[in-house]
Unconditional design. Structure first.
Ligand SMILES: C[S@@+](CC[C@H](N)C(=O)[O-])C[C@H]1O[C@@H](n2cnc3c(N)ncnc32)[C@H](O)[C@@H]1O
Length: 347
């Protein structure tokens, strides 16, 4: 039997053992989520502590917590010393809430009940081509988040923690010189737009999103910071309908991967309707690489299938989609984070 090229499977681990590790992967995810929800990494910021001490601080069963932490330590998340005290490792430190690149919000959100229920329907989604979240929960994710403010807050925190690590890499990777007015389409609370405008004091920006999100963004800090206030217009609307006009650049981060090709095409056609020759379109999304190489985009692609009925795309898929909407893919720019910038111009 031929090993797949680029496979990262170690020759030292017998295939059944390696497979057992993969099959039981969700045990580790669940344990990480318990530790994240209890805030164990934050409690260890001041130095090592015993499971008994941590259990008292979090109000849980000491022996059960010890067994979970011992197992996580066997995976490199936390480390146990000879005195039975647990300490942070570089992996465990990413679960602190207050560090750059924190994964805490994402670790809590990605396994919350509705997402977990949706993943239970993966087999059904593969059989039918349907959206697992819709089947499991009975509504679309955006409706669910609106109806469950606590989960909506959790999602917001997860996106903020992801963005905090990704935005600087995006701003760094692209030369925004010459862009006078930029529209961030589906820009959320505006953290990326604010960072771009801060780096480019001559630029003006438009934050465009659904009404509820724009209201939250107006209350949030990003577009109100002194460095950018006065240079941002916040506009509520629907990107399937009418977008703000007269911009030199339309940016959309984490938008197209939420949608199947038909809907993604409709969003791109909305941009095409307001674009003029030379208007730039920047799509910030993961780009799935060819071959068997391990890549987060492939994992996220299946998550998008389950949760949204969307997908992560390859470069040829982006090229075709853009061409159908009347755009020419000019180049794909890698960044220091897992996202790339797909630059396009009206054809
Ligand atoms: C995954 S979030 C990405 C947010 C932001 N661009 C980021 O990268 O953090 C998708 C965004 O699309 C917005 N959105 C969804 N449907 C929309 C619509 N029909 N019109 C405008 N915005 C929409 C959501 O409110 C949300 O802010």
């Amino acid at each position: 039997m031929k090993d797949p090229e680029d496979s990262e499977m170690s020759d030292d681990v017998p295939p059944p053992v390696a497979m057992m590790g993969l099959v039981t992967g969700y045990w580790v995810s669940k344990m990480i989520r318990v530790a994240a929800k209890l805030g164990i990494a934050d409690l260890l910021a001041g130095g090592p502590r015993s499971a008994t001490d941590l259990a008292a601080a979090t109000g849980v069963h000491a022996d059960r917590l010890y067994r979970v932490l011992r197992t996580l330590a066997s995976q490199g998340v936390f480390v146990e010393d000879e005195d039975g005290r647990f300490d942070l490792t570089p992996l465990a430190a990413t679960l602190r809430r207050d560090v750059p690149g924190s994964v805490h919000g994402f670790a809590v959100m990605i396994l919350e009940d509705a997402n977990w229920e949706a993943w239970r329907e993966l087999g059904w989604a593969v059989e039918t081509g349907g959206v697992a979240f819709q089947k499991a929960v009975g509504m679309a994710p955006w409706e669910y988040l609106a109806a469950h403010p606590e989960d909506g807050q959790m999602f917001g925190e997860a996106m903020t923690s992801l963005s905090a690590s990704q935005n600087p890499a995006i701003v760094e990777a692209y030369d925004f010189t010459g862009i006078g007015r930029l529209v961030d389409v589906g820009g959320g609370h505006g953290s990326l737009l604010a960072m771009i405008l801060t780096a480019h004091p001559e630029m003006r920006g438009v934050l465009f999103d659904v009404p509820a999100t724009i209201e939250n963004a107006r209350r949030d800090r990003h577009i109100n910071t002194a460095a950018v206030a006065g240079r941002v217009d916040s506009v509520a609307g629907d990107f399937f309908d009418l977008l703000p006009t007269d911009a030199d650049c339309y940016l959309m981060k984490y938008i197209l991967h939420d949608w199947n090709d038909d809907d993604a095409l409709r969003i791109l056609q909305s941009v095409r309707r307001v674009a003029t020759p030379g208007t730039k379109l920047l799509i910030v999304d993961a780009v799935v690489p060819p071959g068997n190489v391990a890549n987060n985009a492939k994992m996220m692609d299946v998550n998008m299938m389950v949760i949204m009925g969307g997908l992560e795309r390859t470069e040829p898929q982006f090229r075709d989609l853009l061409a159908n909407a009347g755009f020419l893919l000019k180049r794909v720019i890698a960044t220091e984070c897992p996202l790339s910038i797909v630059e396009a111009l009206p054809a």
